[in-house]
Each structure stands twice: as structure tokens, then as C-alpha cells.
Design a protein around this ligand. Sequence first.
Ligand code: NAD
Length: 496
Amino acid sequence: MPTTASIQLKSSKSDVPTGVFINNEWRESSDSSTFEVLNPATGAVLTQVAHGKAADVDEAVKAARKAFKTTWGKTVGPEERARLLNKLADLMERDIEVLAELESVNGGKGVRIAREMDIADTIGCLRYYAGWAGKVAGETIETTPKTKLAYTLLEPFGVCGQIIPWNYPIGMWGWKVAPALAAGCAIVMKPSELTPLTALYLCNLIAEAGYPAGVFNLVPGLGATAGAAIASHMDIDKVAFTGSVLTGRKIMEAAAKSNLKKVTLELGGKSPVVVFPSADLEQAANWAALGIFFNSGQDCTAGSRLFVHEDVHDKFVELLVQKAQACAIGNPLDEKTSFGPLISAQQRDKVLSYVESGVSEGATLATGGKKWNADGNEGFFIEPTVLSNCKPSFKCVQEEIFGPVASVLKFSSEEEVLELANSSIYGLGAGVFTNDAKQAMRVSGELSAGTVWVNSYNLLSNAVPFGGMRQSGMGRELGLAGIKEYLAVKSVHHNL
Ligand code: NAD
């Protein structure tokens, strides 16, 4: 099987690698098998990609271990790690157009959003962590008597497995790769089988930047094969995972049953957005629409449970419906498109089944709820959807839909809404809209969520930690907390 495919982008074709990347070289998978990768906006097959198996993961781990024991972990210091991250960011800037178009054809994102947000933020993430390499340090600790000295060292964990999802392929790549490389870890990554193309393309930039062989290895493949092999590998020191709760459980179980590797998990959510009567309703509806319709609702922090005070409920629903109907749905390669298809036919059908179940339980379909196949396209589009008059017990209110479906509920008091908002197995994001500063402080303090947005939604910064409470995960990405997840604390006692 060739390990490169020519993919049609907006106006030209681009050669994209399709193999397994180990030791800065491309190869077929150990049994030469492949899987199909689709364009979700058309349903067409883009290419075949190598289906990595346990044997490929094992080879990748050997390469990573060797790099960690020799070049990367021994002779490459923090200044060089910073320089290489900045060099990689430079190369991404050079190739930003190809990356944006690949992210768009494979992930269904509007190309402008991919360019200006996903990729620009990922470049920023690489540069941000380049700044931390060499600046995170241990501490000296006073001990008694004075003839003794203790200090801590922060050491890279070693070989890290990284497993990422399809909703932000390049964004999740950056959140994992940048802190791990800044910390000095070596990596074996598995991208989502639905969206491997940008991760594959980035391997060539890693080699071009000058990373020593074996520092970064990519094994494309399915979760049950390549993913499971990473989670259960005896020589991987830590696994960082972003994806569903179901898979997160499997990964923890595999880690527990193998070598008790460290695990960090960024999982799902069912984030509440609370709109109080004093809020600027127009602004609240804008942010709430962004919260649920951005990335076609395929967002772990999607603000999918909207609790609106009874005094402003009807007006708010009217505004939200207007925002839903104004979403720029269409061909992701069009600069104007902000709302693309869902990632697969299966995901689209799952989302539509939640709409049906909401309506059958008594919700009002205020807008949307259908496939969107204008111009006879075969893509996996659905309309931005608002379900109003929902009740807390409805399935569409309880479960993560991972699509553009807002479930709106009415409340009458702050106490009641806090109880409702916190009644979830998840705790990833939450939004509060109010013009009462004391209420904003009180409510943001009471909400069980890793991130609370006040009078905004889904704002992120590379400098601010991100992660979940409850079943939304453990550990943090971004910020200083993000690099510390890749560093082990070693304490040293000296008897002077
Ligand atoms: P998923 O769990 O199905 O897959 C995620 C990754 O895990 C993929 O690469 C997949 O191949 C792999 N995988 C599947 N089974 C595996 C196994 N047994 N062992 C090891 N790896 C395995 O999730 P998804 O459908 O790709 O992504 C959607 C989910 O991700 C949603 O629940 C969403 O909320 C969550 N998510 C969370 C965040 C966050 O930061 N908290 C960000 C994005 C997505």
C-alpha cells in the first residue's frame, strides 16, 4: 500500500501521508491493512489510511523509549525543546492553508474557522508551552537540622500514550503534544479513525523541524485495536485521553490491569447555561447559540441544557430560534460557512434520535430537527435545533447528545436552578448570565464544573487550565497545570 495519498482540497491537491509514523519514517501497518477516511460534507471516501495494530504500537513504544533513554531524554535540554516547539509552530504557520483545508475536508469545519481558530490556537499552544520549557522547576525545602538539604526535581514521565477524538482533531493534538514535548516526554499518539489527516500531515512537519527520531510516533487505527494497545502497553508510563466516558472507563481499566500507568481523562459533558432575568438577553442568546451550535454542537463543553428564568423564557427562546436559523450552514470549504456537517452518518442519526425522543417526551420543536441536504448533497448535515418546554427527566436533558440540539428548561428561583444545573453525572462547563455581580459570584461558586463562564461562553486561553469534575474527567490541560501533568515530582534528600 502506498503511504501517501493525493487529497483534493479547495483549489489544488495535497500529498498527505497515510502510513504509520515511527522513528521519523513512514511504513505500512504490520499486517498491511487499512481503513477508509471520509469527507463528512459529501460522504465520499477521501483515502485509505494504515490500520495500526498492537505490533505497530509496540514498535512505536520501542522507538519512543529509545529516544527517551538516549537523545531526547538525555542530551536535549529545555532551550532546545523550546526552540523545536517554536520551529514546529513556524512550519504550521507556513502550511496553514493546507492544514486548514485538510481539517475542513476531513472534519467538516468551516475552513475560515479552522484557519483562524483551531489552527491559530494550536500554533499559539505550541508557542505557549515553548515558553514553559525550562521554566517549570522544583523547589528547595528547609529541613532540620541545617546540615540536611532536600529539594524536588520535576522529571518528564517518559513515554506517553495520547489518544484523541474527532471533534477538534488539530486542537486536541496541540493540547496533548505541546505540553508533553515541552516537558521532555516522548509520544505515541493515536488520532481518531474518523479524522486522522491533519495529525498525519503534521508528522512530516515534526521531522522537518528536526525532532530526533522516535520522539513523536503516530499509529493511526481503531480504538479497539491501536487505542486498546496503547492503554494496556506495559512500557507506556502515562496515557492522556480525550473522548467519551465509556472509552475513558476502558482506558482506566486497561491501565489498572497492565502497569498502573498514570491516566488523565478529558471526557464528555452536559453543560448547563443559566439565564437570569437581569441578563442582557440579546447578548445571552448570542453566547448561548455559540455554546450549542459552534462546531455543529460537537463540543465537549456544548451548553446543551439551557435553564431560562420564567420571566424571560419566551423572549429568550424567540431570540435563540433566530440565532439558530441564522447559522451559516453549508459547504465547509466556503469561507462563509460556520456550521458544517456532523462527523458521520451514525452521529447524525444518533442526534436525530435524541430530537425524536425529546418530542415524544413532550418537548416543543421550536426550530430545526431535520437533516439538511440542500442541493442534494450526501453529507451528514442536520439543522441547528431548539427543543423548548423540556423537563429535567427527558433523555435529551440527561444525556450528552454531541450535536446541535439545545434543550431549554424554565426555572423560577436561584435555589431551584442550582439544584437542577448540578443534577448531572458531568461537570465540565457551565454558563451564567446575569447583570447582578453578587449573583454571578454566588452562582459561579456553586456550579459543579471545571470551567464557569460568566456572561460569555466557551472562551478558552492556552494559559488557563481546562478539565472536568465528576465524570467529565480527571487532570487538567492547558496552563501551568497542563505541563505538570507530564512531570513527575522526585524528592531528593542530602545528608551534608
Ligand atoms: P470516543 O471515546 O469514541 O473516541 C475517542 C478516541 O478513543 C478515538 O481515538 C477512539 O479511536 C479511541 N478509542 C475508542 N475505543 C477505545 C478503546 N477501547 N481503547 C482506547 N482507545 C479507544 O470519543 P469520540 O466519539 O471520538 O469523541 C466524542 C467524545 O469526546 C464526547 O463524549 C466528547 O464530550 C468527548 N470530548 C471531550 C473533550 C474534553 O476536553 N473534555 C474534548 C473533545 C471531546
